[in-house]
Design a protein around this ligand. Structure first.
Ligand code: NI
Length: 190
């Protein structure tokens, strides 16, 4: 967690990438609805808008707390603390991506309707009802709080393609096998 200097609040935070253990850690419920939480929501919102992304969960900036922000269509950015979801309808596939896996997009099954109840940063109970992209986003971000990534939701074939794309992504920490120059095969072995 970044240290804060008084009067000099840092807004843009580094987005953690696939491979960072914080993305695989179940986040803790928020207990204190204090200034620290409000600063976290502010950081998440600014980092999400800057990226830009339709949603960002606290673990993605290295904070293992059950908080996420969202920004769907041209509505005001929103946030939700300690969300509990109620899903409705038959799952539908649509392309989905994640700021922690830059450049990857795969058809991901999600329920078409969601009712999310939780709290705002002041501790007031709130409910977010969403369909389509908002429903998808709320499910994706809530998954982050449980250490689940969208690639975990893919069918076997798509997941294989996703893992291949991760291995080949330039941001990936997984070393790509290097092929020495030789008069024979120059094919990459993977
Ligand atoms: Ni994500």
């Amino acid at each position: 967690m970044a240290r804060r200097c008084e009067g000099k609040h840092q807004l843009l935070r580094d987005i953690r990438l696939f491979g960072d253990p914080v993305l695989r850690t179940k986040a803790e419920p928020v207990v204190d609805f204090d200034l620290e939480l409000r600063n976290l929501v502010k950081d998440l919102t600014e980092t999400m808008l800057d990226a830009p992304g339709v949603g960002l969960a606290a673990p993605q900036i290295g904070v293992s707390l059950r908080v996420f922000t969202y920004h769907v269509d041209d509505d005001e950015p929103g946030h939700l603390v300690n969300p509990r979801l109620s899903l409705d309808g038959e799952e539908e596939d649509d392309d989905e991506g994640c700021l922690s896996l830059p450049g990857l997009q795969f058809p991901t099954p999600r329920a078409p309707r969601v009712v999310a109840s939780g709290f705002n940063m002041f501790g007031d109970p709130v409910t977010v009802e969403g369909t389509e992209l908002l429903a998808r986003c709320v499910q994706h971000e809530t998954d982050h709080l449980d250490g689940i990534l969208f690639i975990d939701r893919l069918d076997k074939k798509q997941r294989k393609l996703a893992m291949k794309a991760i291995r080949e992504a330039e941001w990936s920490g997984i070393p790509v096998p290097q092929v020495k120059v030789s008069p024979h095969s120059t094919q990459r072995i993977s």
